[in-house]
Design a protein around this ligand. Structure first.
Ligand code: ADP
Ligand code: MG
Length: 225
């Protein structure tokens, strides 16, 4: 395998409540190659979202290491991590999470402002390019609530791409869409992987027609071999 872009070594995650410890991930070891289109499957509660949160640095593992492009992300301080994430990981959620009081264009510009790697002068053009790429160029100046679910998810994908991250993670991105709309959103993820991005998608779908390079199934917090 080529140099992995992402390596998880012996990752476990425990959640502590007052009277007990719940282990959501157990000794997860996984390498993901650059450009891979990876699906993470498993029943509800199997640890899929927890695993994505580890990869995107939204949450820390209890044990184990996570290397992204050779960088151990646990070494980063909270503020460095937020900036690192914005630059390196594009995140797509099931319920889109667009800011409701901003237009689609403003949502994407805000992501660029926060990370500040795209030059000011290039931002407007880049917004237009990204929206064209996901097929909603004409929606740029609308509020999220004026868009259909599928269009909102396309906008959220455009936002995830704002700072040109190497890795895209998506947590059940089609979970709230009808199957036809879901297919067209999945096509966008396929195209991203073909263009060289590393794409990691949590999904309930067992649609083998989807062009994943690899499927990792989680069962009770462990990778099922
Ligand atoms: P999935 O995404 O596969 O449905 P999750 O990763 O969300 O599963 O959750 C895995 C398990 O960890 C579940 O049993 C869930 O209740 C538990 N869990 C997730 N987050 C927390 C948390 N912050 N505190 C306590 N338990 C949690
Ligand atoms: Mg989940």
């Amino acid at each position: 395998m080529n140099q992995p872009i992402l390596t998880l070594q012996g990752v476990s995650k425990e959640f502590q409540s007052k009277d007990r410890t719940f282990t959501a991930l157990k000794n997860v070891t996984l390498s993901v190659e650059k450009g891979q289109y990876l699906a993470i499957t498993g029943k509800s509660g199997s640890g899929k979202s927890t695993l994505l949160n580890m990869i995107s640095g939204i949450d820390y593992p209890t044990n184990g290491s996570i290397l992204v492009n050779g960088l151990d992300i646990r070494q980063l301080s909270e503020s460095k991590l937020a900036k690192w994430r914005g630059q390196n990981i594009g995140i797509v959620f099931q319920f889109f999470q667009l800011i409701p009081t901003l237009t689609i264009r403003e949502n994407i510009l805000l992501a660029m402002e926060f990370v500040d790697v795209i030059a000011d002068a290039d931002r407007e053009n880049r917004v237009n390019e990204l929206l064209s790429r996901v097929g909603i160029a004409e929606q740029a100046n609308k509020m999220p609530s004026a868009l259909s679910g599928g269009e909102q998810q396309r906008a959220a994908i455009a936002r995830a791409l704002a700072n040109n991250p190497e890795i895209i993670v998506a947590d059940e991105p089609t979970g709230n869409l009808d199957s036809k709309t879901a297919d067209s959103v999945n096509d966008i993820f396929s195209a991203l992987a073909l263009s060289g991005k590393t794409v990691i998608v949590v999904t309930h779908e067992k649609n083998t027609a989807l062009k994943y390079h690899r499927i990792v199934n989680l069962k009770d917090g462990e990778i099922e071999l």
